[in-house]
Design a protein around this ligand. Structure first.
Ligand code: ADP
Ligand code: MG
Length: 724
């Protein structure tokens, strides 16, 4: 067996509870743990011995912690935790008031770093409310005062721990792996030339430096190496897809050939159907698309634009160009369009708006969802739609009687066959996996053109990485005349006022969203105040204490898709007044009557995510409001949130998110399965472009990567990693 694939149990004897903990964080093989990089490095460069501590001094101590317990203080009944810290020179008491959970977070006997002020407690020394963190090894320079040059214990890796898998445990098992004779034999997936060209360490050096760096520089260089590796793999994969696609043939669609008596393109006449002028972004995106689809090779384009920026109109124009083109060498019939949306309500909304746009033309439109099929026009009423049976629907799609087929996932079932599928549109594309996207485009001799759409604003470097296989069009301005969302950052003090405003809107017949960071258990802070509300508790509280007369329901990611859809439908039909939800509503449906959104624990969200949440209330004619409650003590939170309050554009916020991002704000990356380390690197445009350039060159020379078998294997492993 490959060394990297060996289970950890082959390298060390592991206690059963540790094994459970390891499994929980996904660490089963040697590879898993080697690639389980430290979250950060603790500074263990200065520290003193317990015997040298003096009352009133601020100290950093290292040692073993034991006798952890919780109780209520004798006089004030304040909940508290206690423990004893011990080093080779003595013992000292540790006390935490109001933080009883500390005793549960740290393992008895753990090696820790403790920082705090020494106090005199009834004649003996103690440290009150110290910072404490688990460390890997005891630094060897305690008492030196300063971190001496040449010492190699300045940085101590800190890993995301579970109760049974501590930083120290990980450190020790890694030491064993590093000493194993097979470690030196691990082959390096990055070709040697690239390592040399970009000054990157080998895989062995990289692994040792990332886990046990001697200096900041070691850590940085090692992190850069693994980030490069990850970005390179994603880029190679994307370039392969692009290369494959460029070899395929597709339908030639050229609306310039279709003009009226005055020589005006029919597609320009069709624009009058919208009742509004297109924005510049929409016009440019359409030009990009029309440029792609007239060439006879498949288009693969991503249309990115904030919620409400008008992507549907662009999709409709591309559809128009397609269905007014006849199949090759044929004087009759239409090319077909498939338009996939992630939810039934969204698909239904597209069906309805397409009927309005195409009703003057001899074009039939179908809708297929898990709940059945509809067709426009109906034979009995030429201006309306009718429900038809699934077999009938499938027959009409197959013989191309239905030209525009709109649907949910139901659209990619095997039974749905097209005659002349020429354009595939995928709405909210990040909700679908690559495999799903490909299912729609790949089963034909002539590959259909692909237009993917997303409202997730992401920074340019990330787009280059993730969507390297797609060309990009961006709608970066909103249609004019939109009501601006009034965004307010509010503190606990103003809660009553905010509820009064929400009530006023509810009384006026509006609906509201309340967004909470957690599903069931609320998260208290050090003083016991709730900082992260939960959907379930908050909904119950609002129902009981605040909005008694209103219909309140909940939604969250642990619900089944059908249940989420049912709730969304009820909300859309105004059978619910307040929807209390986690951020899953983000890519829901637009409910024009909902004009107010209240976000709890605002500091928990990425800025781009907040912006998307806020986008939920932008659709209607009513003045939209967004209230964000945040525990905004820190300057950084304040800075971030005021940027959110003032920004109009999601892209701006996405860039800022990336710039300001600290651990725990990795929303964008997590969503796509990009590691923290690669996210760090994605701040660096040069690096991303270098990886992209190399990947391009490699695939051009050797499309299947036959001369790089290791990369081939790694790409296969990463398959689909960046979607869902
Ligand atoms: P999204 O990009 O989120 O899918 P939609 O396509 O649903 O946005 O458009 C949102 C709303 O804006 C719709 O009601 C649509 O009719 C309207 N709209 C789109 N483009 C324009 C425009 N150029 N001017 C005015 N309104 C527009
Ligand atoms: Mg849309």
């Amino acid at each position: 067996m490959d060394f990297l694939d060996k289970p950890l149990t082959q390298i060390a004897r592991i206690h059963p509870t540790t094994l459970v903990g390891l499994k929980k964080i996904g660490l089963e093989t040697i590879r898993d743990i080697l690639y389980y990089f430290p979250q950060r490095y603790g500074d263990v460069s200065s520290g003193s011995f317990i015997k040298d501590t003096l009352t009133g001094a601020a100290v950093t101590l290292y040692g073993k912690v034991s006798k952890l317990s919780t109780k209520k203080s004798f006089q004030s009944k304040v909940p508290m935790a206690e423990g004893i810290l011990e080093d080779s020179t003595g013992k000292i008491k540790l006390i935490w008031f109001h933080q009883p959970y500390i005793a549960k977070m740290i393992q008895e006997g753990a090696l820790v770093k403790v920082q705090g002020k020494v106090s005199d407690r009834n004649g003996s020394l103690a440290i009150l409310n110290p910072e404490i963190e688990s460390i890997a090894i005891m630094p060897d320079n305690i008492g030196d005062g300063l971190f001496g040059a040449g010492s190699n214990k300045g940085l101590s890796p800190v890993y995301a721990e579970t109760k049974s898998v501590t930083t120290r445990w990980i450190y020790h098992i890694l030491q064993r792996i590093f000493k194993d004779s097979e470690f030196a034999e691990i082959p390096d997936p990055i070709p040697k030339e690239l390592l040399e060209k970009y000054n990157l360490p080998s895989i062995q050096t990289g692994l040792i430096w990332i886990h046990t760096p001697h200096s900041d520089n070691d850590a940085t260089v090692a992190r850069k190496r693994f980030a490069f590796e990850e970005v390179l793999l994603i880029q190679l994969k994307n370039q392969q897809i692009r290369y494959e696609l460029a070899k395929e043939k597709s339908f030639v669609i050229d609306p310039a050939e279709n003009v009226d008596a005055k020589g005006v393109r029919q597609i320009d006449n069709f624009k009058d159907r919208f009742g509004f002028p297109l924005t510049k972004g929409q016009t440019d995106a359409l030009d990009d698309i029309l440029g792609d689809i007239k060439n006879g090779t498949p288009m693969s384009r991503l249309l990115e634009g904030d919620v409400g920026s008008g992507k549907t109109a662009v999709a409709a124009l591309a559809s128009y160009a397609t269905v007014t083109t006849k199949p090759k060498n044929q004087k009759y019939g239409h090319l077909q369009v498939a338009y996939m949306a992630p939810t039934e309500i969204l698909a239904t909304q597209h069906f309805e708006s397409f009927i309005k746009l195409f009703s003057h033309m001899p074009i039939s439109i179908g809708l297929i969802t898990g709940n059945g099929c509809k067709k426009f026009p109906s034979k009995v009423s030429p201006t309306g739609w009718t429900t038809i049976s699934r077999p009938q629907f499938l027959k009409w799609v197959e013989n191309s009687e239905i030209s525009i087929v709109i649907g949910t996932h139901a659209l990619i079932q095997k039974s749905v066959k097209f005659k002349n599928l020429a354009l595939v549109i995928i709405d909210e594309q990040h909700r679908f996996g690559t495999a799903q996207r490909q299912k729609l485009t790949r089963k034909h001799t002539l590959v259909p053109h692909l237009l993917s759409m997303t409202a997730t604003p992401i920074p340019r470097t990330l787009a280059l990485t993730l969507y390297g296989d797609l060309d990009l069009s961006v709608l970066d301005e909103m249609p004019s005349g939109r009501k601006k969302i009034l965004t307010e950052l509010v503190s606990e003090r103003d809660r009553k006022k905010v509820y009064a405003k929400v009530l006023e809107e509810l009384q006026a017949g509006r609906q509201a969203y309340v967004i909470c960071p957690r599903i069931d258990e609320s998260d208290p802070n050090k003083t016991g105040a709730i900082i992260a509300k939960s959907v379930k508790e908050e909904a119950a509280r609002l129902k009981k204490d605040i909005f008694r007369d209103y219909r309140i329901e909940i939604m969250h990611s642990k619900m089944k898709p059908v249940d989420k859809e049912r709730i969304m439908k009820k909300f859309y039909a105004y059978e619910i007044d307040i929807l209390v939800s986690t951020s899953v509503v983000e890519v829901g449906v637009n409910v024009p009557n909902a004009n107010t959104i209240l976000i709890e624990g605002g500091q928990r969200y990425g800025l781009a995510q907040l912006h998307q949440l806020r986008g939920r209330v932008v659709r209607g004619n009513h003045q939209p409001y967004c209230f964000v409650f945040a525990d905004n003590k820190s300057e950084k939170t304040t800075e971030r949130l005021s940027a959110f309050k003032n920004a109009k554009n999601g892209f701006e916020l996405a860039e800022l998110d990336l710039k300001l991002r600290g651990a725990g704000e990795l929303y964008v990356g997590k969503q796509w399965g990009i590691s923290d380390i690669a996210m760090e690197a994605i701040k660096n445009l040069k690096m991303v472009e270098a990886a992209r350039k190399e990947a391009k060159a490699m695939i051009q020379q050797d499309p299947l990567l036959d001369s790089h078998p290791l990369l081939k294997v790694e790409i296969a492993r990463k398959e689909d990693v960046h979607f869902e």
